[in-house]
Design a protein. Structure first.
Lengths: 586, 76, 136
């Protein structure tokens, strides 16, 4: 809590429609974000109950620098993932962090299951459990509009909500945050659905006096300048991450058609440059970020004959163009946007949806499943059929769609095709087929996200690949990222927030931490998450990579299965040893 | 000798010439010299690809080479 | 010559709210952007355009006319200055301002009025805001 040495936690019990607030001094040493959220998950989770049991908690946390420093925009959520059955963590920007800050809550812990569909309205002076029965079944856009019209506070509030997929417990449902941002991966939307929670609106006008204006504002301006006037972040504003499409395509790293290829003959037609030229209509920011990386693209759709058109705008970035574009063989930017819109409205995670559909397309080709299962002619490049399939996933239209609605791990148990199911560590692949560090990184990362440790970055910048170095990089980078995400700093700003800058910002609001404290924090969080994973039964012993990832060239040529297995073994050995040391010290 | 060059738009902000074009260079000309002539800061380079193969800055160019200059792919 | 705040380029707005965070900090020593005089809003949902509610620097300020205690006095160039010790927090100025630029700070029991100091302009990353020279 700003100006105090405790974390102010709001506990919400949906079952009994009660709330409680605790000032937790003991959590202060985890600062906020991923640190506090992981710790709160550890103490509130029921490891012997299923992920969607009503007693399981859902946690959202912000950090001490949230909103009041440039590009410190994220809120971090933790939960037991219904998708992987183990540690679940997801980050989202938008206005949520600002709204939580202004309402005066550093963290929110939600437990229980409402006895009927409910939306939560949280302010600094009220907690209300409101009837959402009439909202059940509404898409992301409609539920946003209804809440917006019913509740006060335009401009100062955050509205987060789920779509049909979350209600139907598809395991990779997202929570939409303020229209353009998401808690995307690992099924936080599913957890919302399991709690009968359709939406949450939060806002506040709490008095947050500044303790030392001179020092604070001086530091603020320095960081602002670094973020806006150097080229540390410019690329995120200009073309944004879709700049990657052309680059990855040129270096055999753009997963295409279920990774049958790593270059795409239509890459130029769905490149960041093409989107900017044909579709980009505006850019927007998360609250407190002067960069503006959210790219909004527009396409038009003829909904009837006789020149009947509508125009639709959705946000796009690299991961979406990969998962719902190249991976499905989609050939135009308009069509990619059309698929994105469907995924948005249904409330699904874009990356997982794309990977699942790509697998299903190949499984159909290979005869593992039939059209009786898929109901549509899934084929690479066929936008119309994919759009129907997305609806079927969200609606769990038949047994097949029910199964793939639980992710590829479940799908391959029933239908086979494990060798071309693009999974790393149980989670569907991200859009960088760059080589060993990416493959290892997503597999071992605590949330099986490419963002846990950015192996794709190592693959690109390394002059040669050394096994020891890869393992070392992946571990060090994940620990360092735990520091950044405890502070809820957007990872795009990681070059702006080096250690001295972080310490200076903390100091200016009265938090006198040292470099060693931050190192200790990164390490503690790393092993706290591992502890949670172990308690939930997660292990990488006997883990097997899908064959497909070895068949298609990366930037470093075809990966060697033995070498990747060896890297994984080296990683496990080193981390287990460190974990034993850490556990003894606890 | 004549080479084909494509420079990613990313480098425009450094005052580099971008897009696809042909260029006349002396025999023995290497990639580093090419980047300097095109005004591309070396520390902003991700990849230089010649005839679909990644090369280093000291790679010596030959007649008809197709050079593709790109930044690194980024993410969070 | 004196200067007043203008928001003529809101088409460029990213919705980053840096202007509000700056105003709340610099003028009201507060981290909560609810204390900001400039208020950036969407015209209805994030899919619509951004707009800024600012003090338009009236030459004949209705807020000052409505104030029963002369706590708001006309400033050179337009707009008003708050004389805090005269304010009784009656909120008459809030409803008198038809563009909605004044709102109450219930913690300090004063209306938040724009000083036309230009801090928000300096921190806007996209040149949406400007200070315009006007006759006194």
């Amino acid at each position: 809590m700003l100006g105090n040495d405790f974390i102010r936690v709001l506990y919400i019990d949906l079952q009994n429609r009660k709330a409680d607030i605790k000032e937790r001094k003991d959590l202060y040493r985890y600062l906020g974000g991923t640190g506090v959220a992981a710790k709160l998950l550890e103490e509130n989770m029921k490891k012997d109950l299923p992920p969607l049991h009503k007693e399981q908690p859902l946690i959202i946390s912000i950090g001490p620098l949230s909103t009041i420093f440039p590009v410190v925009t994220k809120a971090v959520a933790t939960f037991i993932s219904p998708h992987t059955g183990e540690y679940g963590e997801s980050h989202a920007g938008g206005r949520l962090a600002m709204a939580m800050r202004n309402a005066g809550y550093d963290a929110i812990v939600i437990t229980g299951r409402a006895d009927k569909p409910t939306y939560l309205s949280i302010t600094d002076r009220s907690i209300e459990f409101k009837d959402a029965r009439a909202m059940w079944g509404l898409d992301i856009e409609e539920v946003g509009r209804v809440v917006r019209e019913r509740e006060p506070g335009p401009g100062k509030r955050s509205i987060i909500r789920i779509g049909r997929a979350g209600e139907n417990l598809v395991t990779y449902s997202c929570v939409n945050v303020d229209t353009y941002r998401h808690f995307g991966r690992l099924g936080m939307g599913t957890v919302f659905g399991s709690k009968n929670l359709k939406a949450m609106i939060i806002m506040g006008e709490r008095d947050l006096p500044i303790s030392n204006l001179k020092e604070y504002f001086k530091t603020y301006q320095e960081i602002y300048k670094k973020a806006t006037q150097t080229d540390a972040m410019a690329k995120y504003h200009e073309l944004g991450t879709p700049i990657n499409i052309k680059v990855l395509n040129a270096i055999n790293s753009l997963p295409t058609k279920n990774l049958l290829q790593s270059t795409f003959e239509h890459a130029d037609d769905i490149s960041g440059e093409t989107f900017a030229e044909k579709n980009l209509i505006r850019k927007v920011s998360c609250t407190g970020c002067p960069i503006g990386c959210i790219h909004i693209g527009q396409f038009r759709r003829e909904f009837d004959k006789g020149y009947e058109y509508e125009s639709i705008a959705v946000s796009y970035d690299h991961e979406l163009i990969y998962a719902l574009g190249s991976l499905l063989g989609i050939r135009t930017s308009d069509e990619v946007l059309e698929i994105i819109e469907e995924v948005e409205l249904a409330g699904l995670d874009a990356m997982t949806t794309g990977v699942v559909l790509a697998w299903a397309t190949e499984a159909l080709q290979k005869g593992l499943i039939t059209k009786q299962d898929t109901l549509v002619d899934l084929e690479f490049g066929n936008t119309k059929e994919y759009i129907k399939a997305i609806d079927y996933i969200a609606d769990r239209a038949n047994e097949f769609y029910y199964t793939i609605g639980n992710g590829l791990n479940e799908a391959v148990k029933k239908y086979g095709g494990q060798e071309f199911a693009l999974l790393y560590g149980g989670n569907e692949m991200a859009g960088y087929h760059t080589g060993y560090a990416f493959a290892l990184g997503q597999t071992v990362g605590a949330r099986h996200s490419h963002l846990d440790n950015a192996g794709y970055s190592y693959d690109q910048t390394a002059k040669e690949l050394r096994d020891e170095e890869i393992v070392d990089y992946v571990i060090k980078e994940e620990k360092e990222r735990n520091v950044l995400t405890s502070l809820c700093i957007c990872l795009f700003a990681r070059k702006v927030y080096d250690r001295p800058t972080i310490l200076k910002a903390l100091h200016s609001i009265g938090i006198d931490w040292t470099d060693d404290d931050l190192t200790r924090l990164g390490n503690d969080i790393f092993f706290t998450k591992l502890k949670i994973k172990k308690e939930l039964g997660f292990s990488l012993e006997n883990y097997r990579f899908p064959k497909r990832v070895f068949e298609t060239p990366t930037l470093w040529g075809r990966m060697d299965e033995e070498r990747l297995n060896k890297l994984l073994k080296m990683y496990i050995e080193r981390v287990e040893k460190e974990y034993a040391d850490w556990s003894r010290g606890q | 000798m004549l080479i084909g060059v494509e420079v990613n738009d990313f480098f425009e902000k450094y005052g580099s010439k971008t897009g696809k074009f042909e260029m006349e260079v002396e025999p023995g000309f290497n990639v580093q010299k090419l980047l300097q002539r095109l005004n591309i800061p070396l520390d902003r380079i991700g990849f230089v690809i010649v005839n679909e193969k990644r090369v280093d800055f000291d790679y010596i160019l030959s007649e008809g080479d197709e050079v593709y200059i790109l930044p690194f792919a980024t993410g969070g | 010559m004196t200067k007043v705040l203008r928001a003529d380029n809101m088409n460029k707005c990213l919705g980053c709210f840096t202007c509000m965070l700056t105003c709340a900090a610099v003028n009201h020593n507060n981290h909560n952007l609810a204390k900001s005089s400039i208020k950036v809003k969407t015209r209805g949902g994030l899919q619509s355009k951004f707009a800024a509610t600012i003090c338009v620097a009236c030459k004949e300020p209705a807020c000052a006319e409505a104030c029963p205690t002369n706590a708001l006095v006309r400033r050179p160039g337009g707009g008003v200055k708050l004389i805090r010790e005269r304010c009784i927090a009656c909120e008459k100025c809030v409803s008198a301002c038809i563009v909605g630029s004044i709102h109450m700070d219930y913690d300090r029991k004063i209306p938040i009025v724009c000083k036309h100091c230009g801090a928000c302009v300096r921190m806007c990353p996209h040149n949406c805001l400007s200070m315009e020279e006007v006759m006194e």
